[in-house]
Design a protein around this ligand. Structure first.
Ligand code: SF4
Ligand code: SF4
Ligand code: SF4
Length: 236
């Protein structure tokens, strides 16, 4: 597991170009069905100030216990030559196009919605076997909810977004770093943002084709196995 304080060495320009191509490939394949609603999130790391308002508002909105997070913000220290820089990296379920979690579910409790692409967990059907969490390459995005003993994770605030409200983490973001919407609507903020910026996805080598896109990550930073299970040592 990556030590969040571990210094990262930046990769060559060639490798960075490869990641950019894979992220753009993921985006192009998502946008093939142009008339279909397809929800996604973009996170602009240049604007994230690490305040964790998103973490707090998500917990309050979704009634999670203080140590059970659907989203987290990891502080990464990266190294370029003899210089270091820090970045705040918000993490959540990637609502993957090819989710590794859903095929393993023995009850069909977790699935990807046809109508908007959100990957959900039906807690009335989940038996808490944890197979989905073990299959997911993004450590900690799925966890056992201690109140229900079923698997929990980000669901793009489905109770809000189906009523055209923004997810709690997006609405509360003090840096306007989180952008959410329909990538197949050319007039949406996220569509314009994705068109105007070079985006990365996390661990593209896992071939799950994430629907959470990042701006401001290098190749090596994007490829690290981050976890939502972190100590809050740097939080006020
Ligand atoms: S990030 Fe993990 S839990 Fe979320 S859709 Fe992808 S494989 Fe499933
Ligand atoms: S979209 Fe909703 S559930 Fe997902 S991280 Fe944001 S606030 Fe939490
Ligand atoms: S609320 Fe926005 S600025 Fe604050 S930590 Fe979360 S993503 Fe970053």
């Amino acid at each position: 597991m990556l030590d969040r304080r571990k210094a990262l060495k930046l990769l060559s320009a060639g490798a960075a170009a490869f990641t950019f191509v894979s992220a753009q490939g993921s985006l192009s394949s998502i946008r093939k069905e142009k008339n279909k609603k397809h929800l996604a999130m973009a996170i602009d790391l240049r604007r994230c100030n690490g305040c964790k308002a998103c973490v707090t508002s998500c917990g309050v909105e979704n009634g999670n216990e203080p140590d059970e997070h659907r989203t987290q913000v990891v502080q990464v220290v990266a190294e370029s030559g003899d210089k270091q820089h820090a970045l705040n990296l918000p993490l959540l379920c990637n609502h993957c196009e090819e989710p590794a979690c859903t095929p393993l579910c023995p009850t069909g409790a977790t699935f990807k919605r046809e109508e908007d692409g959100i990957v959900v967990v039906d807690s009335t059907v989940c038996v808490g076997c944890n197979y989905c969490a073990m299959a997911c390459p993004y450590t900690g995005v799925r966890f056992t909810n201690s109140k229900t003993s079923t698997i929990d994770k980000c669901n793009f605030c489905i109770h809000r977004t189906t009523r055209n409200l923004l997810p709690a983490c997006v609405e509360s973001c003090t840096g306007a770093a989180r952008i959410f919407g329909d990538v197949n609507n050319p007039d949406s903020q996220i569509s314009k943002f994705l068109d105007e910026n070079e985006v990365m996805v996390l661990q593209s080598d896992k071939n799950t084709r994430p629907n959470v896109f990042y701006v401001g990550l290098s190749q090596e930073e994007a490829d690290q196995p981050y976890t939502l299970h972190i100590e809050n040592t740097w939080q006020r």
